[in-house]
Design a protein around this ligand. Structure first.
Ligand SMILES: Cc1cc2nc3c(=O)[nH]c(=O)nc-3n(C[C@H](O)[C@H](O)[C@H](O)COP(=O)(O)OP(=O)(O)OC[C@H]3O[C@@H](n4cnc5c(N)ncnc54)[C@H](O)[C@@H]3O)c2cc1C
Length: 519
């Protein structure tokens, strides 16, 4: 994946079959699907891949136990099927995780046990493991810090877990491998129209500050919570489609929640679910569901959201956490499709929606990371129809994603690079100093930074520390401490000077400070 050659391709292509706007889960999935069907496809991302919601999820590949309780069987079944495909096609970025719902009465055990049995049955052949009722002793063995008073036992079930932004990078690479052109820091600023139909986009290369007019037979708007901005470029009078809802997560050290199990709290004080799950040797706790009117590229956790998570988690965990124990806090915006009859975002549909405008702009939003492949399938089929392109069947169900390796175990060093890990190891063999870590407390090493610049389109310190490795999300202070070395390594690769390095460190430190909680 190389930005310079992607831009050369943009300059030398007269008309693309499909232009995809947005490089999150949805847009990248579409680029993979379209390229796999043999279409010429260009994906333009205004920031970095997965800079938006797609790096800020709970990291679950799941059917959604909560949607089952809401009676949304179709959404759950679709997602369970997709969960199965994703775990098979990207074993280096996903894994099976055991979840436990603690029960404080036998009635709760029966109630949740029955629900989860249905969840398991719905996954049919793609089940990840049997749901089981477990006693208090066994529960405390897997989850030793759980509040034991009044505890009767629990229900254990299996779901998937993944690394969201690394999966996005793998999708970008898969699309590229299949012949797509994907490029970051390339924002769409306008639509080109002929006889009332969209025939292309005006796009800005945000790094070199150059504008391009790019033609396409179809244009797909996959910009998550930003879809209404692009729809506005088509027809300013169209009513807003998305109702954003913020979700916040706190990350703490594993010492507060040791053990291998993930906790699922089925009913928080606001009637939602809350998860605490092991992730990269830390624990991610969340999330919230706060309707917002402001859409931002860097959403900020509200104080009441932080307090809500601390309060609800501490009710269940004997080792209490406080604000000062939080290593990083991150917020993401759900692109929920507006439902006219509900003011609550918790009840709004989690399914995806496709809209085709009078001028043939195709917009897709909503859905979940887990269902990105199905969303892509629907979007590409619609686009092929609208663009009068050949009808070719989707064939991504068994498509192994870039880096696929059955040998690599998720969580091992370099596992998120999948089969590319061997090249990183070779880099280190050729230059052993590259095995030095970028921070003493985390395993990320210098060779990974160089690899990400050379092969994963990491263009700045934030791209690396937030989305190629996950240090910003794991420990914002450690990320700030690593920034000078990362800037130095990247500057050498990108041919940048000392001023660039200084600016990078200062910009990144300012951004990362918003991932720290004020105590
Ligand atoms: C708190 C939270 C927790 C979640 N947890 C889970 C989970 O555990 N499992 C799960 O399956 N799903 C989860 N989801 C849902 C999932 O994360 C989202 O459905 C998914 O990431 C949305 O992807 P997207 O590509 O549609 O949007 P985004 O990831 O936001 O991507 C849109 C992209 O478009 C770009 N863009 C915007 N405007 C332009 C423009 N003019 N030109 C070019 N590019 C542009 C943006 O920069 C952005 O990168 C969660 C969501 C939230 C908020």
């Amino acid at each position: 994946m190389n930005r310079k050659s992607a831009i050369e391709k943009i300059q030398h292509t007269a008309v693309w079959d499909m232009i995809v706007i947005g490089g999150g889960a949805t847009g990248l999935g579409i680029a993979v699907d379209a390229a796999k069907r043999g279409f010429s496809v260009l994906l333009l991302e205004k920031n970095d891949f997965a800079k938006g919601t797609s790096s800020r999820s709970t990291k679950l590949v799941h059917g959604g136990v909560r949607y089952l309780a809401q009676g949304n069987l179709k959404l759950v079944m679709d997602a369970l099927r997709e969960r199965g495909f994703l775990l098979k096609n990207a074993p280096h970025l996903t894994r099976i995780q055991q979840f436990i719902i603690p029960a404080y009465s036998y009635w709760q055990q029966l109630f949740y046990g029955t629900g989860l049995l249905i969840y398991d049955l719905l996954s049919n052949k793609l089940s990840l493991g049997r749901t089981s009722i477990i006693g208090k002793k066994s529960l405390l063995r897997v989850m030793p810090s759980l509040e034991g008073r009044k505890l009767k036992g629990g229900i254990a079930y299996s779901d998937g877990q993944f690394d969201d932004s690394r999966l996005a990078i793998a999708l970008a690479q898969t699309a590229t491998d299949l012949g797509a052109t994907v490029v970051n820091y390339f924002g769409v600023i306008g639509l080109i129209k002929e006889n009332g139909k969209v025939t292309g986009v005006e796009a800005m290369n945000e790094i070199e500050d150059i504008t391009y007019s790019i033609l396409g037979k179809t244009v797909i708007n996959a910009t998550g919570v930003f879809v209404d901005q692009v729809i506005g470029m088509d027809d300013a009078k169209t009513p807003a489609m998305v109702m954003p809802s913020q979700g916040v997560h706190l990350v703490v050290s594993k010492k507060f929640f040791p053990g291998s199990g993930a906790l699922m709290i089925p009913k928080t004080t606001d009637g939602r679910v809350l998860f605490a799950l092991p992730w990269h040797d830390s624990v991610v706790i969340g999330t919230t569901d706060t309707p917002l009117n402001i859409i931002s590229e860097e959403p900020i956790a509200l104080d009441e959201e932080i307090e809500f998570i601390l309060r609800n988690f501490n009710q269940y965990n004997a080792l209490k956490i406080t604000r000062s124990d939080v290593l990083s806090v991150f917020a993401g915006l759900r692109p929920l499709v507006k439902a006219s009859n509900t003011g609550s975002t918790a009840l709004a549909s989690r399914d995806h929606t496709i809209l085709v405008s009078k001028s043939n702009l195709i917009t897709i939003t909503g859905g979940k990371w887990t269902t990105y492949r199905k969303m892509a399938k629907d979007a590409v089929s619609n686009a092929a129809f609208v663009g009068k392109l050949p009808i070719i069947k989707c064939s991504t169900r068994n498509l192994r994603l870039h880096g696929y390796s059955s040998q690599i175990k998720y969580g091992d060093q370099f596992s998120s690079f999948g089969s590319d890990a061997e090249f990183i190891i070779k880099m280190i063999e050729a230059q052993p100093s590259l095995s030095e870590k970028i921070h003493p407390d985390y395993e990320y090493c210098q060779a990974e930074v160089i690899w990400s610049v050379q092969n994963e389109m990491a263009m700045n310190v934030e791209d690396y520390l937030a989305r190629r490795c996950r240090l910003l999300f794991l420990n914002a202070r450690a990320a700030i401490e690593s920034a000078p070395l990362v800037a130095q390594l990247m500057a050498k690769e990108l041919g940048k000077d000392a001023d660039w390095q200084q600016e990078q460190v200062s910009d990144f430190s300012e951004l990362a400070s918003s991932y720290l909680i004020k105590v």
